[in-house]
Ligand binder design. Structure first.
Ligand code: TPP
Ligand code: MG
Length: 402
């Protein structure tokens, strides 16, 4: 179950051989994937990462389960809200809970996170009120939360753009830290985590980010969730080698981890963050996982993939395997799982009522924000919009009367 790493020195001198052999099929998880908790709920060992897993106490392990269950329940509620017309779109995360909770829980308060658009689990670990996420998907906000409050940046829908932002931010941290150290400060060191997908890995932005990160030894962890699909395009089209192998070309460590194993993801991310915070440079983590549901609520995966694949991945479910482990080790009882369910329902009710009570902004505000000062073209367009809107006045009353 543990990885079978060759005992040759790794490129970063840690003794880890983090690179899989060239030519290995990308769809094949292979021996090089770090796994601690298998689908059978049994904990294996790893020469490096078991030490990190041993730091976890039973309360943290129960917390991982509670977080994963909460965000899955949230996902179901948001999907239902979209179906009921309360949201324009929803991006489900089911299947990726371990990748997100494991990595998010490995971050520290001072770290800064750049998510893509599916990182609801990471948002939970950064204490973002999940109801806030829905403002974007209701189309009433360009963001929804203050990124500075929890060091959790706004969602980025332009694929991979946030990897560039992450490296720039990490280079800024690096410089601030130098100044702080010179001034005698002993503030805890920070790192940046950049989340992106297997499809986004094909963007030039990722390449540029990795070149800069390597050149400047920036404190950034590139966290790629390989969920096997970029809408209808399978990972095999994006890459002919495991994505983690790409790190070798840039000269920093790349690790493939079982993305459905919350304990291994947490261990590997802790290792990578320590590496980055200590000034040893960037790390690429490829979390090998699966998007169990649709790409978004506007997608129908039955058009491009078979159900056999989904069934095979459901058998590797991240929650089931941790539940098995907690029960078999006597770390959680029935009352715990009942409470988790109640907490999930409570969160869902909060998210539903908050969403239903959201006020739509006055659309005129959008015109006011185009330029800092008044502009004749914007004024012209606003006049046209007002005339157009006036054409609908009275429609509601008419409908109500019919
Ligand atoms: C620059 C850019 N190109 C195309 C798109 C359209 N698009 C949105 S999501 C997506 C697939 C992304 O797949 P992946 O990176 O694997 O992330 P996942 O959705 O699987 O989490 C595409 C092509 C976009 N948002 N931005
Ligand atoms: Mg993907």
């Amino acid at each position: 179950m543990g990885s079978t790493q060759m005992p040759t020195p790794g490129i970063d001198g840690t003794g880890l051989n983090l690179q899989s052999s060239a030519g290995e099929a990308t769809g094949d998880p292979a021996a090089e994937m770090i796994q601690l908790l298998g689908p059978d709920g049994k904990l294996g060992t790893d020469p490096v990462f078991s030490d990190y897993a041993k730091r976890l106490d039973p309360e943290q392990l129960r917390g991982f389960y509670a977080d994963m269950a909460k965000v899955r329940r949230f996902d179901q509620e948001a999907t239902a809200l979209q179906r009921q017309g309360e949201l324009a779109l929803w991006v489900p995360l089911t299947g990726q809970e371990a990748a997100q909770i494991g990595s998010g829980r490995a971050t520290q308060r001072q770290d800064y996170i750049f998510p893509s658009y599916r990182e609801h689990g990471v948002a939970l670990t950064r204490n973002v009120d999940l109801a806030e996420l829905l403002k974007l998907f209701r189309g009433i906000s360009n963001g929804g939360w203050d990124p500075r409050e929890n060091n959790f940046h706004l969602y980025t829908l332009v694929l991979a753009a946030q990897t560039l932002h992450s490296v720039g931010y990490a280079m800024g941290i690096q410089r601030d830290q130098k100044l702080a150290e010179a001034a005698g400060s002993n503030e805890p060191k920070a790192a940046v985590v950049a989340y992106f997908g297997d499809g986004a890995s094909s963007e030039g932005d990722v390449h540029e980010s990795m070149v800069f990160a390597a050149s400047y030894n920036a404190p950034v962890v590139f966290f790629c969730q390989n969920n096997h699909w970029a809408i209808s395009v399978p990972t095999e089209v994006q890459t002919k080698i495991p994505l983690s192998n790409r790190a070798k070309g840039y000269g920093f460590p790349g690790i493939r981890v079982d993305g459905n194993d919350v304990i291994a993801v947490h261990a590997v991310t802790e290792w990578a963050l320590e590496h980055a915070r200590e000034g040893r440079g960037p790390v690429l983590i490829e979390a090998y996982t699966y998007r169990v549901g649709a790409h978004t609520t506007a997608d129908d995966p039955t058009k491009y993939r078979g159900s056999d694949e989904e069934h095979a991945w459901r058998a590797k479910d991240p929650l089931d395997r941790l539940e098995k482990y907690l029960r078999s080790e006597g770390l959680a009882d029935e009352a715990f799982f009942e409470q988790v369910k109640l907490d999930g329902d409570k969160l869902a009710a909060h998210v539903r009522s908050t969403t239903q009570n959201l006020q739509s902004p006055d659309i005129r505000e959008s015109f006011a924000r185009v330029y800092a000062e008044a502009h004749p073209l914007v004024a012209e367009e606003l006049a046209w919009f007002e005339e157009y809107s006036a054409g609908f006045e009275g429609d509601d009353e008419q409908e109500a009367g019919n």
